[in-house]
Design a protein around this ligand. Structure first.
Ligand code: ADP
Length: 161
């Protein structure tokens, strides 16, 4: 049996923490779809199209990883893609409550869609997209936290604001 998993998220922008989850999942699952969530109600630094292109470039070395975008319910997207489960990353205890709530709700909505969690690598436990944006906006170096093309995109975006 081949396993196909969907990794949904905002990825605004993708960080080395996300990339680590993707690379590790790639050694376990046959196919991964990174699904950039299009949430019109939320303010993002990057448009959905920009985020998709950034993620595509970051995972171009991984042949079994696809990038897509979706709106609406993640469980509906998983079923539409004929995938087996949702993948999420877990950092601190603070992630746990929200993720448990979301995974439980998703199970209520679609009993057959499981959520699988990978623990963050300790090197990335402190990394979040919002912290990266905050550090960059205060002129701190973010080069060790995101791929180079994403660092450049953040700097360009902040300069154009
Ligand atoms: P969302 O807005 O859906 O939480 P994110 O783009 O912030 O989307 O994160 C997508 C997933 O990646 C979430 O499961 C999140 O917990 C996980 N994640 C984010 N940063 C890290 C990290 N540094 N290490 C491991 N997992 C992470």
């Amino acid at each position: 049996m081949s396993a196909k998993i969907v990794y949904p998220g905002s990825f605004d922008p993708l960080t080395n923490g996300h990339l680590n989850i993707i690379e590790r999942a790639n050694t376990i699952f046959d196919n991964i779809i990174i699904a950039v969530f299009n949430n019109p109600g939320k303010e993002h630094l990057f448009s959905m199209e920009e985020r998709v292109v950034q993620v595509e470039k970051a995972v171009s070395h991984l042949p079994d990883v696809q990038v897509d975008s979706f709106s609406g319910l993640a469980v509906d997207y998983v079923i539409q893609q004929n995938a087996d489960a949702i993948l999420r990353g877990l950092r601190a205890v603070s992630d746990f409550e929200g993720e448990l709530q979301m995974a439980t709700m998703n199970k209520e909505l679609e009993e057959e869609v499981e959520t699988i969690f990978l623990m963050t690598d300790s090197r990335f436990g402190f990394l979040s997209s919002s912290l990266i944006k905050e550090v960059a906006s205060l002129n701190g170096s973010i080069s060790q936290f995101v791929p180079e093309h994403i660092e450049q995109a953040i700097l360009d975006k902040l300069q154009s604001k």
